[in-house]
Design a protein around this ligand. Structure first.
Ligand code: ZN
Length: 216
Protein backbone atom coordinates (compact mmCIF):
# COMPACT_ATOMS: atom_id res chain seq x y z
CA UNK A 1 0.00 0.00 0.00
CA UNK A 2 1.09 3.57 -0.59
CA UNK A 3 2.02 5.87 2.28
CA UNK A 4 -1.21 7.78 1.69
CA UNK A 5 -3.32 4.62 1.80
CA UNK A 6 -1.62 3.66 5.07
CA UNK A 7 -2.29 7.15 6.48
CA UNK A 8 -5.97 6.96 5.46
CA UNK A 9 -6.32 3.64 7.28
CA UNK A 10 -4.51 4.95 10.36
CA UNK A 11 -6.69 8.08 10.60
CA UNK A 12 -9.86 5.97 10.47
CA UNK A 13 -8.53 3.36 12.90
CA UNK A 14 -7.45 5.93 15.52
CA UNK A 15 -10.74 7.85 15.15
CA UNK A 16 -12.75 4.63 15.59
CA UNK A 17 -10.73 3.74 18.68
CA UNK A 18 -11.51 7.12 20.25
CA UNK A 19 -15.19 6.77 19.35
CA UNK A 20 -15.40 3.28 20.84
CA UNK A 21 -13.92 4.54 24.11
CA UNK A 22 -16.47 7.36 24.35
CA UNK A 23 -14.00 10.18 23.71
CA UNK A 24 -16.34 11.84 21.22
CA UNK A 25 -19.87 10.74 20.35
CA UNK A 26 -22.38 10.90 17.52
CA UNK A 27 -21.03 12.83 14.55
CA UNK A 28 -18.81 15.08 16.69
CA UNK A 29 -15.06 15.45 16.41
CA UNK A 30 -12.84 15.98 13.40
CA UNK A 31 -9.34 14.93 12.45
CA UNK A 32 -6.77 15.87 9.82
CA UNK A 33 -3.23 14.92 8.86
CA UNK A 34 -0.53 16.14 6.48
CA UNK A 35 0.31 13.97 3.50
CA UNK A 36 3.85 13.50 2.16
CA UNK A 37 3.20 15.94 -0.70
CA UNK A 38 2.27 18.76 1.70
CA UNK A 39 -1.47 18.27 1.28
CA UNK A 40 -4.04 17.26 3.90
CA UNK A 41 -6.47 14.44 4.56
CA UNK A 42 -9.50 15.61 6.59
CA UNK A 43 -12.60 13.94 8.05
CA UNK A 44 -15.67 14.95 6.03
CA UNK A 45 -18.50 17.08 7.42
CA UNK A 46 -21.24 15.24 9.29
CA UNK A 47 -19.24 12.03 9.72
CA UNK A 48 -18.90 9.91 12.86
CA UNK A 49 -15.47 8.97 14.24
CA UNK A 50 -16.89 5.47 14.58
CA UNK A 51 -17.48 5.06 10.85
CA UNK A 52 -14.97 7.12 8.84
CA UNK A 53 -14.41 5.71 5.33
CA UNK A 54 -10.73 5.80 4.25
CA UNK A 55 -11.80 6.25 0.63
CA UNK A 56 -14.00 9.30 1.29
CA UNK A 57 -11.72 11.53 3.39
CA UNK A 58 -11.47 15.09 2.03
CA UNK A 59 -8.12 15.54 0.28
CA UNK A 60 -6.47 18.92 -0.14
CA UNK A 61 -3.36 19.70 -2.16
CA UNK A 62 -0.42 21.71 -0.82
CA UNK A 63 -2.04 24.98 -1.92
CA UNK A 64 -5.19 24.25 0.10
CA UNK A 65 -7.47 23.29 -2.80
CA UNK A 66 -9.96 20.45 -2.25
CA UNK A 67 -8.92 17.74 -4.73
CA UNK A 68 -11.32 14.90 -4.02
CA UNK A 69 -13.31 13.10 -1.36
CA UNK A 70 -16.36 14.45 0.48
CA UNK A 71 -16.73 18.05 1.70
CA UNK A 72 -14.52 18.66 4.78
CA UNK A 73 -15.55 19.32 8.36
CA UNK A 74 -17.15 22.69 9.05
CA UNK A 75 -14.44 23.18 11.68
CA UNK A 76 -11.74 23.28 8.98
CA UNK A 77 -10.71 26.86 9.97
CA UNK A 78 -9.53 25.48 13.33
CA UNK A 79 -7.33 22.92 11.59
CA UNK A 80 -5.95 25.42 9.07
CA UNK A 81 -5.11 27.83 11.87
CA UNK A 82 -2.80 25.26 13.48
CA UNK A 83 -1.11 24.22 10.21
CA UNK A 84 -0.59 27.84 9.17
CA UNK A 85 0.94 28.91 12.49
CA UNK A 86 2.87 25.79 13.60
CA UNK A 87 5.38 24.47 11.09
CA UNK A 88 5.76 21.29 13.17
CA UNK A 89 2.05 20.39 12.97
CA UNK A 90 1.54 17.13 11.08
CA UNK A 91 -1.94 16.38 12.39
CA UNK A 92 -4.81 18.06 14.27
CA UNK A 93 -7.56 16.39 16.31
CA UNK A 94 -10.69 17.96 17.78
CA UNK A 95 -13.03 16.10 20.15
CA UNK A 96 -16.19 16.82 22.09
CA UNK A 97 -14.79 14.97 25.11
CA UNK A 98 -16.89 15.04 28.26
CA UNK A 99 -14.45 15.73 31.11
CA UNK A 100 -12.47 18.46 29.39
CA UNK A 101 -15.74 20.22 28.50
CA UNK A 102 -16.87 19.90 32.13
CA UNK A 103 -13.58 21.40 33.35
CA UNK A 104 -13.99 24.30 30.89
CA UNK A 105 -17.26 25.21 32.60
CA UNK A 106 -15.69 25.71 36.02
CA UNK A 107 -15.72 29.40 36.86
CA UNK A 108 -12.20 29.21 38.32
CA UNK A 109 -10.68 27.62 35.17
CA UNK A 110 -7.26 29.13 34.38
CA UNK A 111 -7.42 30.67 30.89
CA UNK A 112 -3.66 30.59 30.41
CA UNK A 113 -3.01 27.12 31.85
CA UNK A 114 -6.24 25.17 31.53
CA UNK A 115 -5.03 21.80 32.84
CA UNK A 116 -4.03 21.68 36.50
CA UNK A 117 -0.55 20.12 36.95
CA UNK A 118 -1.65 16.70 38.21
CA UNK A 119 0.64 14.32 36.29
CA UNK A 120 3.87 14.79 34.31
CA UNK A 121 2.30 13.44 31.11
CA UNK A 122 -0.22 16.22 30.69
CA UNK A 123 2.67 18.69 30.82
CA UNK A 124 4.97 16.65 28.56
CA UNK A 125 2.44 15.97 25.82
CA UNK A 126 0.53 19.27 25.78
CA UNK A 127 2.59 22.07 27.23
CA UNK A 128 0.48 24.91 28.53
CA UNK A 129 -3.10 24.55 27.25
CA UNK A 130 -4.91 27.78 26.38
CA UNK A 131 -8.60 28.05 27.32
CA UNK A 132 -10.41 30.00 24.59
CA UNK A 133 -13.86 31.52 25.15
CA UNK A 134 -17.16 30.14 23.86
CA UNK A 135 -17.86 30.62 20.15
CA UNK A 136 -20.99 29.78 18.20
CA UNK A 137 -20.48 26.58 16.16
CA UNK A 138 -18.89 27.36 12.81
CA UNK A 139 -17.84 30.88 13.86
CA UNK A 140 -14.64 31.67 11.91
CA UNK A 141 -13.49 33.64 14.95
CA UNK A 142 -12.46 30.27 16.46
CA UNK A 143 -9.74 29.94 13.84
CA UNK A 144 -8.79 33.59 14.34
CA UNK A 145 -8.37 32.96 18.07
CA UNK A 146 -5.97 30.07 17.37
CA UNK A 147 -4.04 32.24 14.87
CA UNK A 148 -3.82 34.90 17.58
CA UNK A 149 -1.66 32.51 19.60
CA UNK A 150 0.95 32.73 16.82
CA UNK A 151 1.83 29.04 16.97
CA UNK A 152 2.93 29.18 20.59
CA UNK A 153 0.46 26.55 21.83
CA UNK A 154 -0.05 23.01 20.52
CA UNK A 155 -3.34 22.61 22.38
CA UNK A 156 -6.37 24.78 23.03
CA UNK A 157 -9.63 24.15 24.84
CA UNK A 158 -12.77 25.72 23.36
CA UNK A 159 -14.98 26.55 26.36
CA UNK A 160 -18.24 24.56 26.53
CA UNK A 161 -17.21 22.75 23.33
CA UNK A 162 -14.03 20.67 23.24
CA UNK A 163 -10.24 20.47 22.87
CA UNK A 164 -8.20 20.98 19.67
CA UNK A 165 -4.69 19.55 19.64
CA UNK A 166 -1.89 19.57 17.06
CA UNK A 167 0.90 16.98 16.98
CA UNK A 168 3.91 16.19 14.81
CA UNK A 169 1.97 13.24 13.36
CA UNK A 170 -1.42 11.61 13.71
CA UNK A 171 -0.42 9.29 16.55
CA UNK A 172 1.19 12.11 18.55
CA UNK A 173 -1.89 14.31 18.12
CA UNK A 174 -4.24 11.51 19.23
CA UNK A 175 -2.04 10.60 22.20
CA UNK A 176 -1.94 14.24 23.26
CA UNK A 177 -5.69 14.86 23.04
CA UNK A 178 -6.29 11.65 25.02
CA UNK A 179 -3.87 12.92 27.67
CA UNK A 180 -5.77 16.21 27.79
CA UNK A 181 -9.06 14.40 28.40
CA UNK A 182 -7.49 12.05 30.98
CA UNK A 183 -6.01 14.96 32.92
CA UNK A 184 -9.32 16.84 32.82
CA UNK A 185 -11.02 13.68 34.07
CA UNK A 186 -8.58 13.43 36.98
CA UNK A 187 -9.21 17.11 37.76
CA UNK A 188 -12.98 16.57 37.81
CA UNK A 189 -12.71 13.33 39.82
CA UNK A 190 -10.62 14.97 42.51
CA UNK A 191 -12.33 18.36 42.48
CA UNK A 192 -13.10 19.62 45.98
CA UNK A 193 -11.03 16.80 47.52
CA UNK A 194 -7.92 18.94 48.02
CA UNK A 195 -5.73 16.72 45.78
CA UNK A 196 -1.95 17.00 45.91
CA UNK A 197 -0.86 18.10 42.44
CA UNK A 198 2.70 18.68 41.27
CA UNK A 199 4.56 21.52 42.95
CA UNK A 200 5.90 24.42 40.84
CA UNK A 201 9.40 22.91 41.26
CA UNK A 202 8.18 19.52 40.02
CA UNK A 203 6.45 21.16 37.05
CA UNK A 204 9.65 23.03 36.18
CA UNK A 205 11.69 19.83 36.47
CA UNK A 206 9.36 18.10 33.97
CA UNK A 207 9.50 21.10 31.61
CA UNK A 208 13.30 21.14 31.72
CA UNK A 209 13.88 17.38 31.46
CA UNK A 210 11.49 16.87 28.55
CA UNK A 211 12.15 20.19 26.80
CA UNK A 212 8.46 21.19 26.93
CA UNK A 213 7.15 24.36 25.23
CA UNK A 214 5.97 26.03 28.41
CA UNK A 215 6.87 29.70 28.74
CA UNK A 216 5.87 30.83 25.25
ZN1 ZN B 1 -16.54 20.81 17.67
Amino acid sequence: MSAEADLRELICRLAASMFERGLTGGSTGNISARTEDGGLLVSPTGTSFGRLDPGRLSRFDASGQLIDGDAPTKEMPLHSAFYDTRSTAGAVVHLHSCHSVALSMMTDADEDNFLPPLTPYGIMKLGRVKLLPFFLPGDPAMGDAVRGLAGKRSAVMLANHGPVVAGRDIEAACNAVEELEDTARLAMMTRGMNPRGLTPDQVQAVVTKFDVEWDA
